[in-house]
Ligand binder design. Sequence first.
Ligand code: HEC
Length: 151
Amino acid sequence: MSKSTTVISRKSGILLIFSAALTLTWLVAGAAAWQDKTVWDGVYTDAQAERAVVLYEQKCSRCHAEGMTGKDAPPIVGPQFSSNWNGLSLNDLFQRILVGMPDDEKGTLTRQQTADLVALMLSTAEMPAGKTDLPTDADALKAIKYVGTKP
Ligand code: HEC
């Protein structure tokens, strides 16, 4: 191998390592940003929460009370609820409602209705609204963490 080719291949070797390191940094940072999304990052819209108001009255309020403060059923807003769910993903909460609520009519809600109800719960908990609706997709919901108290 001539001297000049060795220099070139060394250079490209270094470049390769450098770009691999960059890619890795980018991946790690990307994964962190993805995981760090919480319910305080504006993950639903006001319009979406609004859509669930009538549904909540029809399907939930007789057990969980009008302001979600609980009566025959536990509160679904406030410190107790927040500490129960703290650190879990929004998909867990979504599934809890989709599969288990209303308690006497389990499995009757659509994914869209469930997402809208979760949006209303976040709004009632005074977590900020944003510019895009809360998704109905499980993977997207898994990437949002429920954090009970404002960071
Ligand atoms: C017939 C009464 C009843 C209705 C209607 C009802 N729930 Fe519930 N819900 C309960 C009871 C009882 C529990 C607690 C026992 C349990 O976990 O199953 C509960 C638990 C929950 C929890 C979990 C609370 C926690 O601290 O982990 C959520 C969230 C919830 N309900 C949301 C809803 C939503 C949203 C609706 C309306 C679509 C609804 N529920 C309708 C009775 C009801």
